[in-house]
Write a protein that binds this ligand. Structure first.
Ligand code: GDP
Length: 308
């Protein structure tokens, strides 16, 4: 954010999250706020449910929210209703879920369809872990696209992390294997591995991902391993279907919701987290190295439904 010409001001994470959710607030929040001012009665619940569904929360989760809302005594006070809604939403989003990184070395496989934001997330995550004093190595496990390898090299340079890579077309499991060997030999803390995301060859892709997870399990027995699925928050409810496919194949340990900035579908985060029963570990709110934040249900709820 530019405060005065040429002076860069580091706005807080919460402010960046709030700024990122601006478009979501224009649609979701504005609609919900209008309903909160309706008189009590059955229509109130119907209208609230409709507002939540239109705000991309999704039908199943909107149903659960209404059920929990009905279990409380309704009031005509919009402030009290907002508070009740905030509590229910925060409950559905779940407690904070930190990354499993200890004892080192740790491995993080980053999964997701092409374009979801995997490589960018890897760069941002590497930057974040390095800033916390952890040494990081990247593995170019998307050997299908030469451009993916190049993009990871650029991020590696940008954030000061080495990159293990093979030639395009190589076996991704072999890249991961080499990465894990290198991490151990150099006594590094974390290997972050990119993976392919060409969903149109679904069966092959899932087999390839399973093989990669087997190599990690064999090489780091009992060690900290994350399988993070990156979803484009802008795809709203479609992200749930994608996530189910990946989760069935490789037992996803956490979600990263990328591109929360610039989408009006931020309400989908509530449905995604609740329907999948998977923790949201990070949210992406921009393309820069600092634009990845650990997910915090309270902060997210505050940004989505600001108190009156
Ligand atoms: P991949 O194919 O899954 O590796 O996706 P990329 O990391 O290449 O990202 C696809 C596009 O989305 C790129 O143009 C990124 O700069 C952009 N992108 C990724 N994450 C974010 C985010 O959190 N916010 C915004 N605005 N753009 C993002």
């Amino acid at each position: 954010m530019l405060d005065a010409p040429g002076i860069l001001v580091d706005v807080s994470f919460f402010d960046r999250l709030k700024a990122g959710l601006a478009r979501t607030r224009e649609s979701f929040t504005a609609r919900v706020e209008q309903v909160l001012r309706q008189p009590p009665g059955p229509e109130f619940y119907d209208e609230l449910e409709a507002a939540l569904v239109m705000g991309d929360v999704g039908l199943p989760t909107a149903g659960v929210i209404i059920e929990r809302f009905r279990a409380r005594r309704d009031t005509a006070d919009p402030g009290a209703r907002r508070e009740a809604l905030r509590q229910i939403v925060a409950e559905l989003l779940g407690p904070p879920a930190p990354l499993a990184l200890d004892p080192p070395p740790a491995a993080i496989l980053v999964l997701g369809v092409n374009g979801a934001g995997k490589t960018t997330t890897i760069g941002k995550l590497a930057h974040r872990l390095r800033a916390q004093g952890r040494s990081v190595l990247l593995a170019a496990g998307d050997t299908f696209r030469a451009a993916a390898i190049d993009q990871l090299l650029i991020w590696g340079e940008r954030v000061g992390a080495g990159v293990v890579r093979h030639a395009p077309g190589a076996d991704p499991a072999a890249v991961i294997y080499d990465g894990l060997q290198a991490v151990r030999a150099r006594r590094l803390d974390v290997l972050i591995a990119d993976t392919a995301g060409r969903l149109h060859t679904k069966v092959n892709l899932m087999e390839e991902l399973k093989k990669m997870t087997r190599v990690v399990a064999r090489e780091l027995p009992g060690g900290p391993v994350e399988r993070l699925l990156v979803l484009d928050a802008g795809t709203g409810q479609n992200a749930i279907q994608q996530a189910r496919l990946f989760h069935a194949a490789v037992d996803v340990t956490g979600l990263v919701l990328a591109k929360l900035d610039g989408t009006a579908k931020g309400g989908a985060v509530v449905g995604i987290a609740h329907e999948l029963g998977l923790p949201v570990k990070f949210v992406g709110v921009g393309e820069g190295p600092d634009d990845l934040q650990p997910f915090d249900a309270g902060q997210f709820t505050d940004a989505l439904l600001p108190g009156g």
